[in-house]
Ligand binder design. Structure first.
Ligand code: PBG
Ligand code: ZN
Length: 341
């Protein structure tokens, strides 16, 4: 029998105001997520230099190393065993005198990216091999395209060069090319280039469509040696306040034939990821948790401000909540340990 007092108490609050019963158990909390993090959504960045035996730590990017084509295979093997499905390659020419005005080293057949594609494909036939396509790691001036005398971009020539590099990565066996240069019109030229050599039905074009300029790429530029020698990237990477411009870039790249879309950085641009999930709802949408975001979380954990595993989950769950389906993340090795599937 219900005591009168208890009965009255249960009437006091309305039924719909009580939510906590819905997430009192670890499992019911997981049920509240619309989508769960899984290993198959992680893409791991790999820095590959032209020193075949290199294995160098990058001070500003904790736990991340730069590898050579000999050292990368055993490292990737250890990750494939844990369930790694996809990598994205960044080439780092360290030899003196290989950088020039047009980034010739980007698709040098003996260079680090082409060599790494081949050796990884041979050793891990099921691993999805993506290549970042850009010139900044290979140009003498460190900009992402080809420049005029006054430092402005030669758009058409840059796009042709970027497309040629992308096609050469595809010919070497890459499963996907991901142009991060932000030159207008490059997606169309890449797609046409792939069609010209019969690779359009084998290679996924993942466009860095909404890539914002800002302060979060510093550790990457340390790792890749790709900081511009003069000026900045504001004439091609998007202004951080420009959400309308980002939406136009997303639409433009879909129209030019992109197969998937990247938003970058991630944590500070969750609204753009969410916009993309609606505007590009029929496309895989990828969030890039960039080097500066990763380094900031490590720094905060070192200072005792956050718990590293906790904040890694919280940030990456945020990307899914916003609408991403894929994540390029330097935390990939940790998540392969933390996740069951
Ligand atoms: C090359 C490129 C950059 C990143 C991805 N591709 C650097 C840049 O644009 O300066 C940044 C990734 C990161 O910070 O983790 N254009
Ligand atoms: Zn670049």
């Amino acid at each position: 029998m219900v005591h009168k007092a208890e009965y009255i108490k249960s009437q006091e609050s309305s039924i719909s105001s009580i939510l906590q019963g819905g997430y009192n158990h670890q499992l019911s909390r997981e049920w509240q997520q619309e989508r769960q993090l899984t290993k198959n959504m992680f893409i791991f960045p790999l820095f590959i230099s032209d020193d075949p035996n290199e294995e160098t730590e990058i001070p500003s990017l904790p736990n991340i190393k730069r590898f050579g084509i000999n050292t990368v295979v055993p490292y990737v093997e250890s990750l494939v065993k844990k369930g790694l499905r996809a990598v994205i390659l960044f080439g780092v020419p360290l030899k003196e005198g290989v950088k020039d005005e047009v980034g010739t080293a980007a698709d040098d057949p003996e260079g680090p990216v082409i060599q790494a594609i081949k050796i990884l494909k041979k050793n891990f036939p099921n691993l999805f091999i993506m290549c970042d396509v850009c010139l900044c790691e290979y140009t003498s001036h460190g900009h992402c395209g080809i420049l005029n005398e006054d430092g402005s971009l030669k758009r058409e020539l840059s796009v042709q060069r970027i497309a040629a590099v992308a096609v050469n990565y595809a010919k070497a066996g890459a499963d996907s090319v991901a142009p991060s240069d932000m030159m207008d019109g490059r997606i169309k030229d890449i797609k046409l280039g792939l069609m010209n050599c019969g690779l359009e039905n084998k290679v996924l074009v993942m466009a860095y469509s909404a890539k914002f300029s800002g302060n979060l790429y510093g550790p990457f530029r340390d790792a890749a040696g790709s900081a511009p020698s003069h000026g900045d990237r504001k004439a091609y990477q998007l202004p951080p306040g420009g959400s309308g411009l980002a939406r136009r870039a997303l639409i433009r790249d879909m129209e030019e034939g992109s197969d998937a879309i990247i938003i970058k950085p991630s944590t500070f641009y969750l609204d753009i990821i969410n916009d993309a999930s609606k505007l590009c709802k029929d496309y895989p949408i990828c969030a890039y948790h960039v080097s500066g975001e990763y380094a900031m979380l490590h720094a905060a954990a070192e200072k005792g401000i956050v718990d590293l595993k906790g904040i890694a989950y919280e940030s990456h769950q945020g990307f899914l909540r916003a609408g991403a389906r894929l994540i390029i993340s330097y935390f990939t090795p940790e998540f392969l340990d933390w996740l069951e599937v």
